[in-house]
Design a protein around this ligand. Structure first.
Ligand SMILES: Cc1cc2nc3c(=O)[nH]c(=O)nc-3n(C[C@H](O)[C@H](O)[C@H](O)COP(=O)(O)OP(=O)(O)OC[C@H]3O[C@@H](n4cnc5c(N)ncnc54)[C@H](O)[C@@H]3O)c2cc1C
Length: 381
């Protein structure tokens, strides 16, 4: 029987895993390299599938209360013309749980509050692990170490644990970069309605978080690694989106330059073999995906619950790992591939191709998109 687990990484995946393990009666310690928890300045969409898992962790009500329900989602042209509509609100009726937009810091606060205070250790950067038949020993940059029955690498896209388990795996650059911000706005916000506008080689998303705050994201086709100082970056963004529909220029203008986050977007083509001996991967460490379906964190939440259930059900660790990967790999692989394809089409740059794309989207019945959404979100762990 597994008695003690170490989780590396206190992101959404690591914290959810810790909550699920704690509820399964398994002792858990989380080590996080950062000195403080929670990425500031960005929002997150949590679909019904994630809320269903959070319900089982007794966290759904807190998340729903801290977030904003999404009832309707639009894909628009850069002019603002609506190309397609979907209705996440209907999913709530079909699946019993809503789709929620939430500030990341709020989600982290809720997850942390569900854990005993001694569980999470900050300022602990893991450098790798050793193992034998009985124990795994984890090493940290400051010379510390700790031992447990098993190790869960929830250390994100650039996972140190993945590099040790599967050193041959490389990240795949999506070909486009993303900026994000949360802005306080005096403009009237239609709560419950989100939009993602598709242009030529660029997209812009608008997600209301509450009556005063909007989370926005923007993407553009650029080579990886390009960086500007905050003021230059804001000027570039304002220029890039200056002719886009309202309130896009206003949102960019109202966001303080220093508050704009910038990340190049990567995933890893789906792979198998998530474990080695007593160590296993979870969340972006195992199945990183481009954010085009808003499912990366939702997948981490699903995986966290499944992993804790497998550890509870199977005394044999190898059996627990096998069952977990068999349940999670096909599901996450499908999302990763689908998201990659959506991103490719969304980032098309050619004038003819994009007008064809927009025409096809406008002609397609909304029910088709709704059906796909239901398929993605109706999954049960
Ligand atoms: C632009 C963008 C928008 C997105 N939008 C959505 C969305 O709307 N909905 C959604 O579901 N998903 C979304 N995602 C995806 C989502 O953010 C990730 O899938 C999710 O955060 C993964 O959680 P994680 O815990 O696996 O990894 P992370 O959130 O990356 O957490 C990993 C943690 O491990 C820590 N760590 C790393 N290395 C070490 C180490 N060596 N030692 C100790 N600690 C370490 C890190 O500091 C971090 O705290 C988006 C992603 C991007 C980039």
């Amino acid at each position: 029987m597994i008695q003690k687990d170490i989780v590396i990484g206190a992101g959404i995946g690591g914290l959810c895993t810790a909550v699920a393990l704690q509820q399964a009666g398994i002792q858990v310690t989380v080590y996080e390299q950062a000195e403080a928890i929670g990425q500031v300045g960005a929002g997150l969409t949590l679909w019904s599938n994630a809320l269903r898992v959070l319900r089982r962790l007794n966290l759904a009500d807190a998340v729903i209360q801290a977030g904003a329900r999404i009832e309707e989602a639009h894909i628009r042209a850069s002019s603002g013309r609506i190309l397609s509509r979907s209705h996440p609100g209907q999913l709530a009726q079909q699946l019993g749980e809503p789709t929620i937009a939430i500030h990341r810091a709020e989600l982290h606060r809720i997850l942390l509050a569900a854990l005993s205070p001694e569980v999470v250790h900050l300022g602990a950067a893991c450098t790798g692990f050793n193992q034998n038949g009985q124990q795994v020993t984890v090493a940290f940059a400051d010379g510390r170490s700790d031992q447990a029955d098993c190790l869960i690498g929830a250390d994100g896209l650039n996972s140190v644990i993945r590099q040790q388990i599967r050193p041959q795996i490389n990240l795949r650059y999506a070909g486009y970069t993303a900026w994000r911000g949360v802005v306080a706005t005096a403009q009237n916000i239609t709560l419950g309605q989100t939009s993602e506008s598709w242009g030529r080689g660029a997209r812009f998303g608008i997600v209301p978080l509450d009556e005063q705050h909007i989370y926005w994201f923007a993407t553009a086709n650029v080579p990886a690694g390009q960086r500007q100082n905050p003021a230059e970056q804001k000027i570039t963004l304002l220029h890039r989106f200056k002719d886009w529909h309202d309130p896009i220029p206003h949102l960019l203008e109202s966001t303080p330059a220093e508050a704009i986050l910038h990340h190049d977007l990567y995933d890893v083509p789906p792979f198998t073999g998530w474990s080695e001996g007593r160590a296993i991967l979870l969340g972006d460490a195992a199945h990183p995906t481009t954010p085009n379906m808003g499912q990366g964190a939702c997948m981490a939440i699903e995986s966290a619950f499944t992993l804790a259930s497998c550890l509870k059900q199977h005394d044999d660790l190898a059996e627990a790992w096998r069952t977990y990967e068999a349940k999670r790999q096909p599901r996450t692989a499908a999302i990763t591939q689908q998201s990659w394809q959506i991103g490719r089409v969304g980032q098309w740059q050619n004038r003819l191709a994009t007008s064809l794309r927009d025409g096809l989207m406008a002609a397609a019945p909304d029910s088709l998109l709704q059906k796909r959404l239901l398929q993605t979100t109706s999954f049960t762990v």
